[in-house]
Design a protein around this ligand. Structure first.
Ligand code: NAD
Ligand code: MG
Length: 407
């Protein structure tokens, strides 16, 4: 914390959709937050503009060429930001003692090491990067707990669930390992809502012909490309199922996925006395980000409260696991345990990238994940980062080989 009491923040993935929503919330509270470090993949133009605006102590680019390009441009403008690069740069700005809070908003497995490092360093971790939790599961939760990290879910559904839990489960933060307390608190089920994506009503034939342009256009949420495709295949909901399983220590049989096309009810918790608690709001990530930044306080986020009369109608339906097999594969991977969710996540990342690159069709994504799960050796021991990254790398090789065979 600074001398004047501002929380110092490292924002991983500052140039992305979650990154820009986070900066929008922070900009409304200069007395509470100070941007310590901003990181990006290769987009020098955008990170330069952000450094001009925020004057962070550090900026990190993924590769050295982008880093030296950024450093030169900052020097010309006399901006005093130190530029770092690569994995070591990311770890440095996460582990820095001056940092209080790390916003984990890199997309995909690329975010694993810095996000895990934030938990290990006992920071307040705002978790948007769901792939890290899907891959590391127990290791991540144990690391957060052992190091007293404050783990705040940013994913709108998980943030909603967190908000619907009784204080006794969240007061000591992490919402982790609470089985006994859960029983006492009367929690029975979690209902994870899903918009259903842009192709909710498409037939199997129509799904076959979906293009990347169609898939990245989500009806309710404005998000990065990868998560938009994940939302369209329902893989995003499957990854969130795995995320909820780890975050809330909930048996998978007690988590339901509910299609709710309006995307204003962000998830629900049902209790033994018949109560169902839900969190509602306009579909705008600034709400969960503001909640996760300020909890247990509340701050203004820039989002208007939901006008219930405008919404007028709320619909709920069961997901169709035949038309959207990615969700079924996620249920199966959790049940299988071991490295299955790592393999699933890796295959999905490779397949989505190939789809966005016009190399495969939309329905090939699920087929490739299923093939990879069948071909990969699922290992039981996933207790170290090395084992996790090994399983990830092998799965990626298998999926790439399967893609090559399509052509
Ligand atoms: P995005 O594609 O808009 O942004 C991704 C960010 O990660 C960018 O800043 C990019 O520069 C950085 N990045 C990408 N690859 C990198 C690499 N190899 N090394 C270092 N940095 C890299 O994605 P997003 O929509 O902001 O999503 C970010 C994460 O948040 C994802 O895990 C997603 O599932 C999760 N999430 C997003 C939303 C949303 O509304 N966008 C909602 C819930 C959860
Ligand atoms: Mg979500």
């Amino acid at each position: 914390m600074t001398q004047s009491g501002e929380l110092r923040i490292t924002l991983l993935g500052a140039t992305g959709s979650i990154g820009s929503s986070t900066l929008d919330v922070i900009s409304r509270h200069p007395d509470r937050y100070q941007v310590h470090a901003l990181t990006a993949n290769t987009n020098v133009d955008v990170l330069f503009a952000l450094c001009e605006k925020w004057s962070p102590r550090y900026a990190v680019m993924n590769d050295e060429t982008s880093a030296s390009d950024l450093a030169q441009r900052l020097k010309r403008k006399n901006i005093q930001t130190t530029v770092l690069s690569g994995e070591s740069g990311l770890l440095q700005v996460v582990e820095d003692e001056a940092v209080d809070c790390v916003v984990a908003a890199i997309v995909g497995a690329a975010g694993l090491l810095p996000t895990l490092a934030a938990a290990k360093a006992g920071k307040r971790v705002l978790l948007a990067n769901k792939e890290t939790l899907v891959m590391t599961g127990k290791l991540f939760i144990d690391t957060a707990r052992e190091n007293n990290a404050v783990l705040m879910p940013v994913d709108s559904e998980h943030n909603a669930i967190f908000q619907c839990l009784p204080d006794c489960l969240t007061e000591y933060h992490s919402s982790v390992k609470m089985t006994n307390r859960q029983v006492k608190s009367g929690i029975e089920r979690i209902l994870l809502t899903a918009s259903g994506g842009p192709f909710r009503d498409f037939s199997a034939d129509q799904l076959h012909d979906v293009t990347p342009e169609q898939a990245v256009n989500h009806p309710n949420w404005d998000m990065g490309k990868k998560i938009s495709v994940d939302s369209a295949t329902l893989m995003n909901k499957g990854l969130e199922l795995i995320e909820a399983y780890w975050l809330f220590d909930m048996d998978i049989a007690n988590i339901d996925v509910v299609i709710h096309p309006q995307s204003v009810m962000h998830s629900m918790v049902t209790y033994s006395d018949g109560s169902v608690l839900a969190q509602l709001g306009n579909p705008d990530m600034r709400t969960p980000i503001a909640h996760a930044l300020a909890w247990p306080e509340r701050i203004e986020s820039g989002v208007e409260p939901l006008n219930i009369f405008d919404v007028a109608k709320l619909e709920f339906e069961q997901p169709d696991l035949d038309r959207f097999p990615c969700l079924r594969l996620c249920y199966e991977a959790i049940k299988r345990g071991g490295s299955a969710t790592i393999v699933l996540n890796a295959a999905n990342e490779v397949a989505v990238a190939a789809f966005l690159d016009d190399k495969i069709g939309f329905t090939d994504i699920a087929n490739l994940i299923e093939q990879t799960l069948n071909l990969a050796i699922i290992t039981e021991d996933v207790s170290s980062v090395e084992l996790i990254l090994e399983a990830d790398a092998l799965a990626r090789m298998i999926t790439k080989k399967c893609i090559a065979e399509i052509h």
